[in-house]
Design a protein around this ligand. Structure first.
Ligand code: GLU
Length: 491
């Protein structure tokens, strides 16, 4: 048997990180068993679905390298792969269910349903359809339909007993039928709901394993009842643990970024994000944390899924991303950084400053901030930052001048030479070496934390560095003039 798995996102907003998370395990299982992976767009909610959202979902999954074998854009033998293009089909299946008595027509108005729900809530009962139309004689229902009365089609859920299934991840799951609502299958506009469309499509697309998020568990009995009513063999079901905010609630954009576009824009590497998502609930036999998607494919077993909901830890993702950045070849990283550099920056320039930042970057999006001083005409900072602790501005400027002279005397300064001179000068002046270098760092970059200073000075070039040092001398002079003398007397 060829296994066939699918991801079935609803295109109603930004591409969600949970979609990628579920897609990756479906894909891994499909690849591991030489099967097929399908992308199906569940756009039956016409009010909320947009082509823009569908485009972004495809783009983001492609960006992550989670590629499908069949889908709306690549085609395949089981299309169309957009539910909005399969409309007539679902009505045919709803008719079959009506015919078999597994579904019934319901004419209750929205107002009535509202009243029923309110009464149930007041009585502290679980809100559900009260079954008024379940007992309508078939002929009466058909006559009302013929008279054009608006209605929906509902699933006839058995009133007692239970529905159970062997979840691939959780084992036996058993749900009492009396807790399952008579689900609407076809809306009054003739469009199917998720439940009907999902089951019909999984069947027609030959899906063998339905691997989806935990939140769908309560829908699975409805789906099983549908399979049984149609007389179809059921696929196997597996429900993945949900991604969670740090307070363990289901991941939500109020508490955690959820859009894959956000992760891309921040400069997370797709392979790092896939690794991170794989780690949410899954582990490889070696117990290591950094592994490529190919390793997930090689080792994926449902038994390796941990069902306690993982917490989506952005700091961990940052760390992991930094590890991936450090493993990249220089040319590869330069190409990936270019879109994150200031507009107009050449690849050549990115290449030249890359060695200075590769060890520090956690996200590609930090590149600009970390390197803006390379591009700026002048750097902005508070003059006071130049003054080492416990030193007067007048002494500080003296130290800086000494360095400026030594620097001017270097024909073509290299990092070791700058370092050596700096240390020698600090020693002669009786300064801490770190104080002198911090002063130079601020003068040259405007920041107190930067890539290695001497290498940075070489990359900036002698003219730029000299100009910034001169500017720092001027600033310090200004400070020295306005600062009170050591004795606190006016000078
Ligand atoms: N359209 C559903 C979703 O948006 C699919 C759920 C399923 O995989 O059955 O998640």
């Amino acid at each position: 048997m060829t296994v066939r798995l699918r991801i079935a996102p609803s295109p109603t907003g930004d591409p969600h990180v949970g979609t990628a998370y579920i897609a990756l395990f479906n894909l891994a299982f499909a690849r591991r068993h030489g099967g097929r992976f399908v992308l199906r767009i569940e756009d039956t909610d016409r009010a909320r679905s947009t082509p823009e959202s569908e485009r972004m979902i495809s783009e983001s999954l492609r960006w992550l390298g989670l590629l499908w074998d069949e889908g709306p854009d690549v085609g395949g033998p089981n299309g169309p792969y957009r539910q909005s293009e399969r409309g007539a089909l679902y009505r045919k299946y709803a008719d079959e269910l009506l015919e078999k008595g597994a579904a019934y027509r319901c004419f209750c108005s929205a107002e009535r349903l509202d009243q029923v729900r309110k009464a149930q809530e007041a009585a502290k009962h679980q809100p559900r359809y009260d079954g008024k139309c379940r007992i309508l004689p078939r002929a009466e229902a058909e006559a009302r339909v013929a008279a054009g009365e608006p209605h929906v089609v509902r699933l006839r859920v058995p009133e007692d007993g239970f529905t159970s299934f062997a979840d691939l991840i959780r084992g036996e799951v058993r749900i009492e039928n009396r807790t399952v609502d008579d689900q609407v299958l076809l809306k009054s506009d003739g469009m199917p709901t998720y439940h009907l469309a999902n089951v019909v499509d999984d069947r027609l697309m030959g899906i063998t394993h339905v691997v989806r998020a935990e939140e769908w568990i309560s829908s699975t009995p409805k789906h099983l009842l549908l399979y049984r009513a149609f007389g179809w063999e059921t696929p196997q079901f597996g429900h993945m643990p949900l991604l969670r905010n740090s307070d363990r609630t289901k991941i939500s954009k109020r508490k955690n970024p959820t859009s894959l576009k956000w992760y891309e824009a921040q400069g997370y590497l797709p392979e790092a994000l896939v690794n991170f998502l794989a780690l949410q609930g899954f582990s490889v036999p070696e117990g290591i944390e950094i592994f490529p998607f190919s390793r997930v494919v090689e080792t994926f077993e449902f038994s390796r899924i941990n069902t306690t909901g993982p917490v989506f830890d952005l700091q961990k993702l940052e760390w992991l991303n930094g590890e991936y950045i450090r493993k990249l070849g220089a040319e590869d990283l330069a190409q990936r950084l270019l879109p994150f550099a200031r507009p107009g920056t050449s690849l050549e320039t990115v290449r030249s400053i890359l060695p200075l930042v590769q060890g520090r970057l956690k996200r590609l999006g930090e590149f600009q901030e970390l390197t803006d001083f390379f591009f700026a005409d002048r750097v902005e900072y508070e003059a006071g930052l130049l003054v080492p602790k416990k030193l007067e501005p007048a002494r500080a400027v003296e130290g800086l001048r000494t360095f400026v002279q030594a620097y001017a005397a270097m024909a073509a300064p290299v990092a070791t030479e700058i370092d050596r001179e700096g240390r020698a000068i600090a020693e002669r002046l009786g300064w801490k070496v770190g104080d002198l270098f911090m002063m130079l760092r601020v003068a040259v970059t405007g920041k107190t934390a930067t890539p290695p200073l001497c290498e940075t000075m070489v990359a900036l070039g002698k003219d730029k560095v000299a100009a910034r040092l001169d500017e720092a001398v001027r600033k310090l002079d200004g400070l020295a003039r306005t600062a009170p003398s050591p004795a606190g007397q006016p000078q």
